[in-house]
Design a protein around this ligand. Structure first.
Ligand code: GAP
Length: 471
């Protein structure tokens, strides 16, 4: 049993070179996500609700791994980035000041023939702030639902913020909004965080949390939803380095996406034109991923200039400018904002990891996640429910569970259990069989090579650790 991890990995390198992604359709991903417990329709027993999705047991683990990976990379690796957890509902004046109440809008049209509602920019494939340009273009566009041409209503702006009432009185005076981006809370707490964390510029505030958008046309599974989760960083810099820092953060975000398993050839940059940028941005670059419906925004990296702190200073009457001790100057910090949705990233990672392979004439579906992202790291599989195997398998579970997300499964044939673990992307399976009773050893099976090695139980934690690190 010398150096078993090398045996397994030696062949893996060769194997990976010939293993190409399968580029699954959206239907394939939706079906796998449902079948294996990654994503379910929200309130499915009532027919669901458009734009709302629940994460099942494996989706929950995977989303947590994505959040943890992001936090480790973007917060723990920088001494000058700190965290915040602000509320979903804020004083509505914040959203008035930010411009969201007046300008967080999408252009909307209805088809007069079939009453279906659409985003005008999705029908025309261009974005403009001049609504009559949509009206002109739409006279020649076919309705994607009923196929008739020239039946669209005049384009109207639709505000995407969800409204609610705070307290028991439902009047306009008590209107509040579910936050449309987590960033608002960061700007409102800028001064408190600056003072309590004793940071100096440049420094960043990171936040992960839910945001809500009443999208006109949610769709493409979890790509465009109405309740989403964002991982946002607001990085405060002095005005003279704004553009340089913007470019630098685009690189950092791209590299992080590669490090967690997205392939380079499925990512590209898209620079927004002046008519496409959000109302707060002076420059904006999307890192797009090639989803089944084409290249679409995965990660937005915006240069928000001093827009936010300036408007929040005006709105609140509190001076949010910054005094720079070394230069004895006061200025309004500029902001670089990398922002990515957990759901969009989860979908991209599932898509990139998906493989269909022929194994001895049978189809094997496998998600080749990096162990950091995989919902389960190790599956413990006693060969049968035999009463002599169970305590050993339980002991191994207890031993590994402190370090990894481990799954215990003793039902069905071992072949079917391997396939099931392949489909959820589990890197390693540990099988306890009847020989274990004699040789006090178990089998480790590698997800990618499907090779198996025999390892003494006493060496198991060390071997698992080595193998996980070598993926
Ligand atoms: N604070 C900046 C901001 O919210 P955004 O480009 O509107 O910018 C940032 O959103 C990221 O949030 C997007 O790149 C995407 O990953 C995610 N996102 C935005 N709207 C979404 C939606 N309706 N459904 C799923 N994810 C969404």
């Amino acid at each position: 049993m010398s150096s078993p991890s090398q045996t397994i990995l030696g062949s893996r390198k060769k194997y990976m070179a010939t293993s190409t992604p399968t580029a699954p359709s959206m239907e394939t991903l939706v079906s796998l996500a449902k079948r294996r417990g990654f994503v379910f329709q929200s309130s499915e027993i009532y027919g669901g609700l458009a734009g709302f999705w629940d994460y099942g047991p494996y989706g929950t683990e995977m989303a947590k791994n994505i959040r943890d990976a992001w936090w480790k990379h973007f917060v723990y690796q920088y001494p000058n980035i700190v965290g915040l957890d602000s509320t979903i509902i804020q004083n509505p004046k914040l959203w008035k000041a930010s411009g969201h109440v007046d300008t967080f809008v999408d252009p909307m049209v209805d088809c007069k023939f079939c009453q279906h509602r659409f985003r005008a920019d999705h029908l025309t494939d261009f974005e403009t702030k001049n609504l009559t340009e949509y009206d002109t273009a739409l006279t020649k566009v076919k309705c994607p639902h009923c196929g008739k041409t020239g039946g669209f209503t005049q384009t109207k702006q639709f505000n995407m913020m969800f409204k609610t009432y705070v307290g028991p009185v439902t009047t306009e005076d008590n209107v509040a909004y579910l936050r449309p981006e987590t960033a608002g809370g960061i700007f409102a707490q800028f001064q408190n965080v600056l003072e309590t964390s004793r940071q100096r510029i440049p420094f960043g505030i990171a936040q992960i949390g839910k945001a809500f958008r009443n999208e006109i046309t949610p769709g493409d599974f979890i790509f465009r939803v109405r309740e989403l989760e964002q991982m946002e960083l607001e990085y405060f810099v002095s005005p003279d380095v704004g553009h340089t820092e913007h470019q630098a953060w685009i690189k950092v975000c791209q590299n992080w996406l590669l490090s967690i398993g997205l392939p380079k050839d499925k990512l590209k940059l898209y620079e927004h034109g002046p008519d496409e940028r959000a109302h707060y941005a002076a420059a904006s670059v999307d890192i797009q991923y090639e989803y089944p419906m084409g290249f679409k925004e995965l990660y937005g990296v915006a240069y928000r200039t001093d827009y936010d702190l300036t408007v929040q200073s005006k709105g609140s009457g509190k001076d949010l400018s910054y005094f720079d001790e070394p230069t004895k100057s006061r200025f309004m910090p500029h902001v670089i904002e990398p922002s990515v949705g957990v759901g969009r990233l989860l979908l991209a990672l599932m898509h990139a990891a998906y493989r269909e392979e022929d194994v001895d004439g049978e189809k094997r579906v496998v998600l080749k996640f990096s162990p950091e992202i995989a919902p389960v790291k190790v599956a413990i599989l006693p060969l049968s429910k035999n009463e002599k195997l169970a305590p050993i398998a339980r002991g191994i579970f207890d031993q590994l569970a402190g370090s990894y997300r481990v799954e215990y499964d003793e039902t069905q044939s071992i072949g079917r259990r391997y396939r099931r673990q392949d489909e959820i992307g589990t890197p390693l399976c540990v099988t306890i069989d009847f020989d274990t009773l004699e040789d006090k050893a178990v089998t480790i099976r590698h997800r990618d090579t499907m090779k198996q090695i025999r390892v003494a139980i006493t060496d198991l934690p060390e071997q698992i650790d080595k193998l996980i690190k070598a993926f």
